[in-house]
Every structure is written in structure tokens, then in C-alpha cells.
Design a protein around this ligand. Structure first.
Ligand SMILES: [Zn+2]
Length: 236
């Protein structure tokens, strides 16, 4: 029984180390994913800004086309002025020209507004491009580090897994199964030390008789409260 308990304690130690290595590896992977997610987020903003600029530029081009056409009309009407015979018609045509020029002025103002919007969006684009470049730069540097750390920790993980397999091979299957279940259900602590008559896994008092039996280390004892496998440090 003493030997089995020592093997179980070795097993728990290496299993705890494996869990901690796996948690660390998970955090490395999450950090890598976060860089990718950041880059995607900024890239999506950039795509949207480019779309907005394209729409504004198209609207401006349409306004420009209309304006050129309207200016042509004005020139044509103006060219007709010397041929006009009556005062009434002359006044009417002048009014027509005046209205057309005012409309053109409005269109020019609208075009200017679009140009200002485009200029402002282009500033945003530059800002986002700088942000994206910074993310890429940071993720390139840290990404190399993280991949190195992942490779190193994988090697250690393989070694620890080999150790755990060789320790596990020496234990009876039924005991291993019990241990595994407890390890999972009890947050990586399947074995708990009994000390001063209490289980240090759940900090509840053990029946005095059980504690005495534990000291003799004859058969496997579990805590009646948390079910963990109990062991005693005989020299403490
Ligand atoms: Zn307990």
C-alpha cells in the first residue's frame, strides 16, 4: 500500500505539471489568436472606409457629369442671347441662365462637401493602416516567440506524458480509474494529505479511528467528505 501511495503521489505531481503546461500552452495559443483577431478587426474597418470613399467618389463623379452638362447648356443659352428679338424673351432667358448658374453653384458646393468627406476618410484610412502595421509588427515579433515557446513546451509535455505513462503502468487499473475520476472532479487534486486529524483537501475533520488507520498505511483510505484518497506524511 505504501508503494502504491507513493506511485499515486508521483502520478498526481506529474499530472498537475501536465495540466499547468497545457494551460500555459492554451494561453500562448489564445495570444496568437488575439493578434489574428485584432488584425482582422482593423482590416474590416479599413475595407469599410475604402468602400465609403469609393461611394463618395462615385457620387462626386456623377455630380461632376451633371455639372458639365449644365454648364454646356448655360453656354448654349448665353450664345443665343444676341439673337433674341424681344425684351420679354431676353428677360426670360436671363432668368433661366441665372437659375441654372445658381443650381450649378449648389452642385459645386455639394461636390466640395464630398471632397471634404473623402479627405477626412482618407485620414482615417492612414490612421488604421498605421494601426494594422503596428499589429503586424508586434505579432511578427511576439508570434515568433510564442511559436518557439509552444515548441519548447511541447517537448516537455511529451517527456512528462512518458513519465506519467510509466508511473501509471505500475498501478492497478481500478485504482487508476478512481484516481482519474477524482483528479477531474476535484480540480486536479485526487490525493489529499491527512494532517492533525483533518483532510487537507476539504479541511474537514476525519473520524479519529480512520486517522489512526491511516497512520498504519495498511489499506487505501478516502476522505468521507470529499472522497479524495488520503495519505499521511509520517515524518510530520
Ligand atoms: Zn476531504
Amino acid at each position: 500500500m505504501k508503494n502504491k501511495m507513493n506511485l499515486l503521489r508521483d502520478l498526481q505531481e506529474v499530472d498537475q505539471e501536465i495540466s499547468s503546461i497545457e494551460a500555459t500552452r492554451q494561453s500562448y495559443r489564445e495570444e496568437l489568436d488575439a493578434f489574428a483577431a485584432d488584425a482582422t478587426r482593423v482590416q474590416e474597418m479599413l475595407d469599410q472606409l475604402h468602400d465609403e470613399v469609393a461611394m463618395l467618389q462615385q457620387a462626386e463623379a456623377e455630380l461632376q457629369q451633371g455639372l458639365l452638362k449644365e454648364r454646356d447648356n448655360v453656354s448654349r443659352v448665353e450664345a443665343r442671347l444676341p439673337e433674341i428679338q424681344t425684351q420679354k424673351e431676353y428677360v426670360a432667358v436671363l432668368k433661366e441662365i441665372d437659375v441654372a448658374k445658381k443650381t450649378n453653384k449648389d452642385v459645386e458646393d455639394q461636390m466640395q462637401l464630398k471632397q471634404q468627406e473623402v479627405a477626412s476618410l482618407e485620414e482615417d484610412i492612414q490612421e488604421k493602416e498605421a494601426e494594422l502595421a503596428a499589429i503586424h509588427e508586434k505579432s511578427a515579433a511576439r508570434g515568433t516567440e510564442l511559436k518557439q515557446l509552444l515548441a519548447e513546451s511541447e517537448e516537455i509535455l511529451i517527456k512528462r506524458t512518458q513519465t506519467r505513462e510509466s508511473v501509471a503502468a505500475e498501478l492497478p487499473v481500478s485504482l487508476l480509474r478512481k484516481y482519474h475520476t477524482l483528479f477531474k472532479r476535484r480540480g486536479g487534486l485526487a490525493l489529499a494529505q491527512a494532517h492533525d486529524g483533518a483532510c487537507l483537501g476539504c479541511h474537514m475533520q476525519l473520524p479519529p479511528q480512520q486517522f489512526n488507520q491511516l497512520l498504519q498505511v495498511k489499506k487505501l483510505q478516502t476522505c468521507p467528505h470529499c472522497n479524495r484518497i488520503l495519505y499521511v506524511e509520517l515524518d510530520t
